[in-house]
Design a protein around this ligand. Structure first.
Ligand code: HSE
Length: 304
């Protein structure tokens, strides 16, 4: 008999405007791995969102799981992995962070690494390079995080946001690495002060659950959106039409190209219907925050 696990990880949106590389929010769109020990490595994709040409040695799940095991001087045993995903690749919904978090958990389970939640936050954020998406995928909910120069993550969760989120996913991909190339290396001091004040006010508004201000400060980013907006289909129109239809505010989801609006839950279905009329080329999905973060289910033992 051998063990089988199901690892479920929520995707996420990052930044919410000026919370650049710091604020993350997990969404109820999931990546799911079914893992069992095997004689040789096998990874199968069973979702339209995932490519079918799989090279095991280059697969993020394999490379990150092996790297995680190696950090603890363990060798990763071969596994059979079935991967399902509701997260489109390279669209700003945290698909890479979710895969990294899932792969760390895979190594944790099959190598019995006994990782703590803090270990998972640190390792996933170090690999991602910033803690926003990874912290939200590990913990669930809204997270405000900082990673120090040693790669140690400090996170404060903000619970019970009474809001829904609508994602506008265009057909085009935009890799985070490309979207980071357009950002300036430095800001002049007065500009940095304004950018930082907007980020502080966003964080304070989230903690105060002041939804009108959350929306206002989500739309006040100076760190990245002014430089990325030209890469994003319908960036200005979505902001304008969403506001007219009742959104509190709209921002880039992570590095884009997805755009996300925060809305009162009561208007969710009508808001989505209206947006679909205006933006027929986008996939538009009504989402909520996920409140669990990563979860593992041990499935019944199966004959080896
Ligand atoms: N904070 C990151 C960025 C999120 O905006 O580049 C995407 O990984």
């Amino acid at each position: 008999m051998s063990k089988k696990w199901q690892i479920t990880v929520p995707g996420s949106t990052a930044n919410l405007g000026p919370g650049f590389d710091s604020i993350g929010l997990s969404l109820n769109l999931y990546l799911d791995l079914t893992v069992s020990l095997a004689d040789q490595w096998e990874i199968t994709h069973v979702s339209d969102h995932l490519p079918q040409d799989i090279v095991i040695e280059e697969h993020l799940i394999y490379t990150i799981a092996r790297e995680t095991a190696a950090r603890f001087n363990k060798e990763l045993p071969p596994c059979r992995v079935v991967m399902r995903s509701e997260l489109p690749f390279a669209r700003g919904l945290g698909s890479s962070a979710a895969a990294i978090v899932a792969a760390i958990e895979l190594a944790n389970l099959v190598c019995d690494l006994q990782l703590t939640t803090q270990d998972k936050l640190n390792i996933s954020s170090q690999i991602e390079g910033h803690p926003d998406n990874a912290s939200a995928s590990v913990l669930g909910g809204l997270t405000i995080s900082q990673m120090d120069e040693q790669g140690i993550v400090d996170t404060i969760p903000v619970t019970d946001l009474d809001a829904s989120f609508v994602v506008f996913i265009p057909k085009v991909e935009l890799k985070t690495s490309e979207a980071r190339k357009v950002l300036p290396e430095q800001f002049e001091r007065g500009y940095a002060v304004r950018a930082s004040a907007n980020a502080n006010m966003l964080a304070a508004s989230l903690i105060a659950k002041d939804y009108v201000r959350i929306g206002r400060y989500m739309e006040s980013d100076l760190f990245h959106e002014p430089f990325r907006s030209a890469l994003i289909p319908n960036f200005d129109e979505i902001h304008r039409v969403a506001k007219e239809a009742g959104a509190y505010g709209t921002a880039l989801s992570g590095a884009g190209p997805t755009v996300i609006s925060i809305i009162p839950p009561a208007i969710g279905n009508q808001f989505v219907l209206t947006m679909k009329k205006y933006f027929p080329k986008h996939e538009i999905i009504l989402t909520k925050a996920d409140h669990q973060g990563i979860s593992v289910q041990v499935l019944n033992d199966v004959p080896a």
